[in-house]
Design a protein around this ligand. Structure first.
Ligand SMILES: C[S@@+](CC[C@H](N)C(=O)[O-])C[C@H]1O[C@@H](n2cnc3c(N)ncnc32)[C@H](O)[C@@H]1O
Length: 218
């Protein structure tokens, strides 16, 4: 297992060299590629993923991600769904399979992750996943639902900026579902989102995680 919110890929010989450690949210991971296969088993079916070094949780499906996939409400049967910070694609591919007539936009700043998410969608026979970097998403697309295991480790300012950028692209009746570790500030994130005018409900809390539902200001 890659570990919850695995912050760095800085194991000896696998990191970013002498100058700086590498992180799972680097645009171009420096860690040498070492592909691995992981399986995701859910009550509604199983999916197989290729993972790699230089991205989040390459050793197996992150427990927070699994919790979101088990507990979050399903995506709308039609519409646009965003997986914000898709990594190698467990959320995007699960939502695409659950809503085959929706389009799932899978975005990430990590180009190795974006490429793997695309090949994982294809490998699982999913044709309704579009993978890209954030800046490539057409500006006129609004989202009926957003799912995310957000990159808390990028820092509070960057995280808040990222969330504001995408939560404001929810349609008026849309919902976002965020899974966040308690010790990484799930409750303070909920307080901040409310201070920005969003409606936030805690849908669940299990072990180390909170599942938050976020809606736009009414
Ligand atoms: C906690 S990981 C979750 C990955 C994947 N969804 C999963 O559940 O395994 C968060 C992801 O957000 C990505 N990320 C970081 N900053 C981002 C940004 N500004 N926009 C989009 N994605 C970002 C990271 O590269 C990372 O893949």
């Amino acid at each position: 297992m890659g570990g919850p919110e695995q912050a760095r890929d800085d194991r000896p010989g696998h990191g970013g060299g002498a100058d700086r450690p590498s992180h799972y949210f680097d645009a171009t991971p420096l860690s040498p590629s070492a592909p691995k296969t992981v399986h995701l088993h859910l009550p509604d079916g199983s999916l197989t993923f290729t993972t790699d070094r230089g991205m989040f949780s390459p050793g197996g499906i992150d427990p927070g991600t699994k919790y979101l996939l088990l507990e979050a409400p399903p995506p709308p049967s039609r519409g646009n769904v965003l997986d914000l910070g898709c990594g190698y694609g467990p959320i995007a591919c699960t939502m695409a399979r659950r809503a085959p007539d929706s389009m799932v936009w899978a975005v990430d700043v990590n180009e190795r992750a974006v490429a793997l998410c695309a090949s994982n969608a294809a490998g699982n026979g999913l044709t309704n996943v579009r993978t890209m970097r954030p800046d490539e998403v057409p500006t006129d697309v609004a989202f009926d639902a957003i799912y995310s295991n957000p990159p808390i480790r990028i820092g509070k300012g960057a995280l808040h900026g990222m969330l504001m950028r995408w939560l404001t692209r929810l349609v008026r009746e849309g919902h976002a579902y965020l899974v966040v570790q308690k010790h990484l500030g799930a409750d303070s994130l909920a307080v901040w989102l409310r201070s920005q005018g969003f409606a936030v409900e805690r849908l669940g809390s299990r072990q180390a995680y909170r599942l938050l539902e976020v809606r736009r200001p009414s």
